[in-house]
Structures are given as C-alpha cells and as structure tokens.
Design a protein around this ligand. Structure first.
Ligand SMILES: Cc1cc2nc3c(=O)[nH]c(=O)nc-3n(C[C@H](O)[C@H](O)[C@H](O)COP(=O)(O)OP(=O)(O)OC[C@H]3O[C@@H](n4cnc5c(N)ncnc54)[C@H](O)[C@@H]3O)c2cc1C
Length: 383
C-alpha cells in the first residue's frame, strides 16, 4: 500500500486555509497570478518535494506530489499556477548531466529559480508533437532558436523553460520522433534578445502564453541529454504529469461534491431540503462513486510508478477518469446550486471552468482512448 502522506495533506490544508475562496475569486476576476500562494508553497518546500535531498529538495516519491496537489484543489485552490515544476523538473533530473543538475536544481529547490514553463505545443502541431517547427540550429558552442510555441503556461512567471525544438529537419530523419532535442532555456537571459512572450486570455485564470523565438541563443551546454533524443526525454515525464494532473482532478471533484452535498442539505425549496429530491441527490452520489473509482486508478498508477514500472496505461486511464469525474461533479454542483451556481461569489462557476481544461490538456481524452486502443488492446493505430 502506498503512503498516502496524511501529515503532508494536513499541512497543505492548513497552508491553504490562508488562501480561501475569496483569494482565488479575486485573482480569477483580475486574471492575476497567485504569487503569494506560490511563494508560501515554495517557502514550505512543497514545490521541492520531489527534488532529491542532495540538491536541496525533500526527496519524496510521486505519491507526495499527488497528496500536495490533490489537497490544494480539495481546498478550492488551483495548483495550475505552479504544478509544472514538479514534472518538468524530472526531465532535468533524469536526463540532465551532473553540471546541469548542480547548476539548476538547488535554486529550483530553494525557490530562487522557477522552472514553471514547458514549451512543447505549437500552433501548427497541437497533439502531433513530432510536427513541431521550432528549430534549434547548432552554431559553434551555441544553438540559435527560431519558431513559436503556444499555450506555454506560466511563461511570464518562470526563470527557466524546458524547451522542445527540432534539431534535424523532419524530412531528414528516419522516424518522425527523431531529431527533436530538449534544452533548458534561461528565460531571463533570452528576454529582450529574441524571446517575446504574449499572454493568451482564456476562460479560466491560467497564465498561459504564446512564446516567439527570433534568433534566441542557447549555450550548447544547455542541451539536455543527447541531441536528437528529446522526444523520448519528454515522453519519459508524461506518466508523472498525467498522475499529478489526475490528483488535481480528484481534489476538484472532492471540493465540488462537498459543496454540492452541503448545499443540497441546507437549501430548502417547497419547505424541504433540495437534497431530498433524488434528481438532486443522485447526480452528486454518482459523481462521488465515479470520483472514488478514479481515485483508486490514481493510487494504482502511483503505486506502479513508485515501484519502477512504466504505468503508461494506468497513468493515462487515471487522468482520463479523474478528469471525467471532476467534470461530472462540476455539472452536478452547478445543477444543485441552481442560479447561484452561476454567481461568482459561490465559486462553483470558477471551478466548473477550471476543471473543464483537464479533458483537453495536457492530453485530450481522445488521445488517451487512442493510447488504450492501440497499446493496451492491440488495435490499429489511429494516426
Ligand atoms: C490552458 C492550457 C494550458 C496549456 N499548457 C501547456 C503548456 O504549458 N505547455 C505545452 O506545451 N502545451 C500546453 N497546452 C497545450 C495542450 O497540451 C494542447 O492544447 C493539447 O495537447 C491539445 O492540442 P491542441 O489544442 O493543439 O488540439 P489539436 O491537436 O488541434 O486537437 C483538437 C481536437 O482534435 C482531437 N484530435 C486530434 N487528433 C486526433 C486523433 N488522431 N484522434 C482523435 N482525436 C484527435 C483532439 O483530441 C482535440 O480534442 C495547454 C493548453 C491549454 C488550453
């Protein structure tokens, strides 16, 4: 049985009490970054939970990350402002060389360096990652990068970016996943020197951006691992990413179900609580059952991950089921709250918007179903 980290959960819940719904609601209205919240999480070491102790982190397993992110969402918060640090850091940790790890990980662990940006998606490639066009051309002891990323979340609030770029043109590689490379980009050094960041306003407060590269220089020493093998390095972090996002969805579902069941119990219409009507109670109960099933899949995926398996199927299924469960809970909550479900001060509409994202990003439900069909059930590849 994996450690469910009850002490960490309690401590995160206490921290989140300082950042109540009013805090998130105000940020949402202003589309502002939760700087104070991220600073508090960093100060207490939670964003360094998965960084090994030798680099100044706490050195815990993925289950600790699951506990932290789930509890933030269960408290009504939104860890999307900072969650990427937990999984992008893994690319550096697993594939970076000693000098890169020594240079960056201690700063990330203590909070002086933010590794929040993950530049993979491009306007013309979307789900088809090998089709990216951003190109890094080797020129002596540096690479020159040209291209564009989209949906690079937190780019304005990050010092470093894990960047995927093509280093060999697509027509020149045997497999389309070859010829891609990963870099650690010092965004502070590149700002004003060819790097331009432009925020995208979205239906929720997500600090996501377009990023333009115009002859941006990256020292060759910032190439992670071997040139041309970047796709594998990025993919190796996907299981952790999916499991952590699934945990956030479980947290969202618990928050929404808690709100909906409480409101259904106290709100009286026709002189009786609305929760007495099965039309109100059953959707909430159904969402709870689906959340619990998804939670078990998350736990199974974490357990497999922590014993060193490659739980691609379980991580994908956990993410899909948890995202569906949180969405079902959001639907039930809006219906339960009636008109008040649409009022900002009840926070239901905010969570409804926030939790919808996870059926699209970081990977869409369709692509997860494709994965299961092909890799688990042995059916033909769809793309
Ligand atoms: C708020 C937000 C934050 C994000 N943050 C980041 C980030 O930090 N870094 C980053 O690199 N990316 C980020 N993304 C990008 C995200 O990973 C992509 O949006 C997602 O992978 C889908 O790609 P797309 O939007 O281009 O959709 P498309 O690839 O254009 O697909 C559109 C629809 O078609 C479906 N589809 C496509 N191909 C198939 C197929 N073969 N079979 C069935 N259905 C298919 C998809 O499932 C999807 O529903 C973010 C996105 C959003 C919205």
């Amino acid at each position: 049985m994996i450690d469910m980290h009850q002490e960490i959960r309690d401590a995160v819940t206490r921290l989140c009490a300082d950042f109540p719904n009013e805090y998130w609601r105000k940020l949402d209205a202003e589309r502002a970054y939760p700087r104070d919240f991220v600073d508090a999480l960093t100060a207490q070491g939670y964003l360094a939970a998965l960084i090994p102790e030798e680099y100044g982190g706490i050195g815990l397993g993925l289950s600790a990350g699951v506990a932290i992110l789930e509890e933030i969402h269960r408290a009504g918060g939104n860890a999307a402002a900072c969650h990427a640090q937990m999984y992008t850091m893994g690319t550096l940790l697993r594939h970076g060389n000693d000098a890169q790890k020594a240079r960056y990980l201690p700063g990330i662990a203590e909070g002086s360096l933010r590794l929040q940006a993950f530049g993979v998606t491009e306007p013309g490639s979307g789900t088809n990652t090998p089709a990216i066009k951003t190109f890094a051309r080797r020129d002596g002891d540096r690479y020159i990068v040209n291209g564009q990323k989209i949906w690079t979340s937190r780019a304005e609030h990050s010092d470093l970016m894990i960047l995927l770029a093509r280093t060999t043109p697509l027509p020149e590689v045997t497999r389309k996943t070859d010829g891609l490379s990963v870099f650690i980009l010092d965004m502070n050094a590149a700002r004003g020197k060819g790097l331009r960041i432009s925020p995208i306003r979205t239906m929720m407060n997500h600090a996501t951006c377009e990023v333009f590269f115009d002859d941006v220089e990256i020292p060759a020493e910032n190439l992670i691992g071997e040139e041309g093998r970047g796709f594998r390095y990025i993919m190796s972090g996907m299981n952790a990413e999916r499991i952590l996002i699934a945990a956030e969805c479980i947290g969202d579902a618990k928050w929404l179900i808690g709100k909906a069941s409480a409101y259904a119990t106290e709100r009286e219409v026709f002189g009786r609580p609305i929760g007495q009507n099965q039309g109100i109670a059953f959707p909430i109960a159904q969402a709870y059952a689906r959340m619990r099933a998804a939670e078990l899949m998350v736990q199974d995926a974490v357990r497999r991950y922590e014993v060193g398996e490659n739980p691609g199927a379980e991580a994908n299924m956990a993410k899909m089921l948890a995202a569906e469960a949180s969405w079902e809970a959001a639907e039930a909550a809006v219906q339960t709250f009636g008109g008040f479900g649409f009022a900002e001060e009840y926070d239901i509409e905010r969570k409804f918007r926030e939790t919808r994202l996870y059926q699209v990003a970081p990977i869409s439900t369709n692509l997860i179903l494709s994965y299961i069909a092909e890799h688990v059930l042995g059916m033909p590849r769809s793309y």
